[in-house]
Design a binder for this molecule. Structure first.
Ligand SMILES: NC(=O)c1ccc[n+]([C@@H]2O[C@H](COP(=O)([O-])OP(=O)(O)OC[C@H]3O[C@@H](n4cnc5c(N)ncnc54)[C@H](OP(=O)(O)O)[C@@H]3O)[C@@H](O)[C@H]2O)c1
Length: 407
């Protein structure tokens, strides 16, 4: 059975896990009594299991023989709060809903959104909740729902047992995840699971935002805050590749050098320079055509000063805190367009997801986008805590990963 569209609504994914089992929240009911589990080869079902739910779910899965645990380790939270709420969780093996893909995770990507969930800025509906919003690894089991298997978009995904994939999913810092098929992307030969986990969320965000939030054109001048971060470095490369001028902001000369090496034409050290004055100098007083602002609260007022008439201000995130309530009347001064988009709404349909992620993977393959990895953190509570401390402390450049298992 295909999930009703309502169950996929991005606003729900932003707001934490869904109770709908098709989203793969571990239920613990399916596999608990079978330790170690032997998944069948070419449709064979273990003796005595023919009439069980287990048999129905996995009977058609031509997967290699393997043992699966009844419990899995994950890193997540039981309540919201400071870094120390992050703990090791023991969760039931994830039930693979008929429309889902079961993945053994190798890498989880660290994103600022992990900190929003941990702090409670983005609500979580149920605890315990594993953290992590993107994963890459190997397919263990495929959907069994006939309507999925016959869906043309599903076929175009080319998903196979044993294939390497990347997935957008909440709860990625887990040994196994079960993810609706339309959030899972097979990796091309050139792309490792490590680079895939480092590029899926931020790469797709940058690509969709420079295409749909503001369609960057040759000759534009575009301001990117957090330009040396994971998302910012990809923004800089994509904007530059379109023939536009990139002005970035960052805190240190080292970060500025990295941003320049990734396409930024001018980098403003907001710790030493007057941001508004410098942007106006660089644009002959006119301001920029578009702004991608991942800082939020601290930069919003300056953005309104440096956006040009009819410019587009894209509020991307909240690294310094959420932008406070804002009267739309303030936009009349320059007829500014203001957006606060999220990736999920740009890759809402299976076709949108496939199209953008395929393009992203091509841009990585042809060298237009280089993925800069800051480092791998261990799959422990301390490792995930440290990743969040480093990210929110502004100590990092590029992408942070959690290494969950070997390939
Ligand atoms: N809307 C979406 O769908 C979407 C998707 C992905 C990411 N995002 C957003 O994009 C932004 C960047 O995400 P990222 O994961 O790539 O992080 P990141 O840019 O790698 O790290 C955050 C950077 O923000 C800068 N920063 C400025 N003020 C800060 C403050 N008060 N506290 C902490 N950091 C501050 C720091 O860089 P400097 O030292 O250079 O200032 C820091 O390194 C975040 O706001 C995130 O939520 C949004």
């Amino acid at each position: 059975m295909l999930l009703p569209l309502r169950a996929h609504h991005p606003a729900r994914s932003l707001c934490g896990p869904l109770t709908n089992k098709a989203w793969g929240r571990p239920s613990g009911l399916l596999l608990r009594s079978r330790v170690p589990l032997r998944l069948p080869i070419t449709g064979a079902v273990p003796a005595g299991a023919q009439s069980s739910i287990y048999a129905r779910r996995f009977a058609t899965t031509p997967t290699a023989r393997m043992s699966l645990p009844s419990k899995i380790s994950a890193i997540g939270i039981n309540k919201t709060g400071d870094f120390d709420v992050i703990e090791k969780l023991e969760l039931p093996f994830p039930q693979n809903a008929p429309g889902n893909v079961l993945i053994k995770v190798q890498y989880g990507g660290v994103n600022f959104i992990d900190t929003y969930f941990r702090k409670g800025l983005y609500p979580i509906s149920q605890f315990p909740q594993a953290l992590g919003r993107e994963a890459a690894g190997e397919v263990i089991a495929l959907p069994t729902d006939e309507s999925v298997l016959s869906n043309e978009e599903y076929k175009l995904r080319g998903l196979k047992v044993g294939a390497r994939v990347a997935a957008n999913t909440l709860g990625a810092f887990s040994e196994y995840v079960s993810v609706p098929w339309n959030k899972v992307y097979a990796l091309p030969e050139h792309l490792s699971t490590r680079v895939a986990a480092a590029s899926l969320l931020q790469g797709a965000t940058a690509l969709t935002f420079v295409t749909e939030a503001y369609n960057v054109q040759k000759g534009d001048v575009v301001l990117v805050h957090t330009v040396a971060g994971g998302l910012g470095l990809i923004f800089a490369q994509l904007i530059k590749a379109r023939g536009a001028t990139v002005i970035g902001t960052t805190s240190t000369p080292e970060k500025a050098a990295l941003a320049k090496a990734h396409g930024a034409d001018h980098v403003i050290l907001y710790t030493k320079e007057d941001l508004v004055q410098r942007v106006l100098e660089l644009t002959n007083g006119e301001g920029v055509h578009a702004i991608f602002d991942g800082v939020g609260k601290d930069t919003f007022e300056a953005d309104l000063k440096v956006i040009r008439r009819k410019g587009t201000l894209v509020s991307v995130g909240n690294a310094s805190g959420a932008v406070p309530p804002f009267p739309p009347l303030r936009l009349v001064e320059k007829n500014v367009k203001l957006l606060r988009p999220t990736l999920d709404n740009y890759i809402y349909t299976p076709e949108e997801g496939r199209t953008y992620v395929t393009e992203l993977f091509k841009l990585i393959e042809n060298g237009t986008v280089k993925i800069n990895i800051h480092g791998d953190y261990p799959f422990t509570a301390e490792g995930v805590q440290q990743s969040q401390k480093d990210l929110t402390g502004g100590k990092t450049t590029g992408k942070l990963l959690i290494k969950i298992s070997d390939a």
